[in-house]
Design a protein around this ligand. Sequence first.
Ligand code: FAD
Length: 474
Amino acid sequence: MEASYDYIVVGAGHNGLTAAAFLALNGASVLVVEARETPGGEASGASFRGSWYPRVAYALGLLPRELASLLGLDLDGSAYWVDPSWVLLADGEVWLEWWRDPERLASEMRGHGVEQGWRELSRVIAEFRRCASSEGILYTVKPPSLEEAAEILDRCSEGLGDAVREPWIRWAGGLVGKEIADALTYPVFLWEPGYVTLYFNLNGAVWGPARRGFTILAHELEAAARRAGAEVLYGTRARVLVREERAEGVVIGESRFIRARKGVVLAASILCLPRVLPPEAYERFLDKKDRLALEELASSDAAIDRFNFALAGEPVVPVDYRPPPILVVEQRGLSGELVYPSLYEPPTGGPHTMVFSGATSLEPRELAWRLSGVEALEVEAVDRSVLEREYCNPNGAPNHIPMTRDHILDRRPLPGWADYRTPIEGLYHASASSHPGGQVTGIPGHNAAMRALLDAGVRPTHTLLPRRALRGAI
Ligand SMILES: Cc1cc2nc3c(=O)[nH]c(=O)nc-3n(C[C@H](O)[C@H](O)[C@H](O)COP(=O)(O)OP(=O)(O)OC[C@H]3O[C@@H](n4cnc5c(N)ncnc54)[C@H](O)[C@@H]3O)c2cc1C
């Protein structure tokens, strides 16, 4: 007998599970189909002989408390919230300690001679978070343009619009100096609109190494989806079936069809689209311009250097705090972030572990030696080919596609697609490549679920959409 659900979600990454949970909480029947054997996608753990480490994403920071609370997630238990949250080491010397405690952070900023500027910047970050959450910028089914977002923010607080319009380094550099502004973002975002860096700092730049390498959060999300009534199928790759102009459901295995009465949600990189659609549907429904844009994005190697190490002994960590905060390391031959998972959860029989994420010209074993003072027993490189093959992230980009001015807000993933719909009726997108973007936030999953429900004429009751966004949206 043919199985059928209201919605089928392709991918049990954190966004797929979030979408499934919100669809089910609002009364829909939902099936999630995941190619891998475990939940979480790029936010999930692995182990070297029993020692847990984060395989791809390593730090939790941007998943909003209000979203976690609607899903009943325990954010406090999903990461190690140490203080300081992170420390920047320049050529081996501590240059900046990012305290969670506001007064210690203010004192740190005083030491850098930018306390006043910092107080203003932290006010702007808090105001951005409040206004973007309540006024339909973050939680929305129709993302605004950059200019519209700036106008909304200006209405919340005069001058806030400039913080999102202006290039980050010019605007924030004017407040806290170029070095602190630089420390709060990535080099690729320095000259992008401040919006991008404000998004990355929604949480006041507080990050915690994910517990058991995101395994805890991934399982919490799965439990939330199941509690709401969704079913989850692992080890199963899905292809989307398009019939009579719309996404009818998915095909799994050789030819098993599962019907989706109301919609299919692609919760993997949008660049995965050509792999889940039949070629004739991809050609027929997508404009040539859009196909070219997706192909161009998919063909670039956008992966960062990402290594996981099993170590021969306990790493020698260059700061006094135990367990250590996330280390942001800048020195000759490397620039990146370091986490030592086994110093949070001591190994029981397995090796010590260390993960590096960033850019380096060093050979991985040399890198491990330099950063830990002990030899690497095993090196796992999570490069573009791994991300492509195992997560359907074809270019290996940390946020699936760039978070640059051409691909944010109403232009994410492409102009005309930001409302979570695709050119194929009944096929939605919900991943890091959807608005508001990458990192472990769950917001794309939430928003896409809302879009799919509204299209089906359902007025969601479990939602973070502001009332205004609901009015007239059906
Ligand atoms: C190297 C690196 C480091 C990062 N570090 C951090 C960090 O520290 N903190 C942070 O917040 N973010 C980080 N990120 C970003 C973050 O990991 C991603 O933005 C986020 O995990 C994406 O989640 P998602 O649910 O949108 O998609 P994904 O996690 O990519 O999930 C997609 C899922 O879909 C499945 N799938 C694909 N195709 C099919 C199919 N046909 N059938 C069935 N299943 C399918 C995949 O197997 C996968 O499980 C990092 C990313 C990278 C690459």
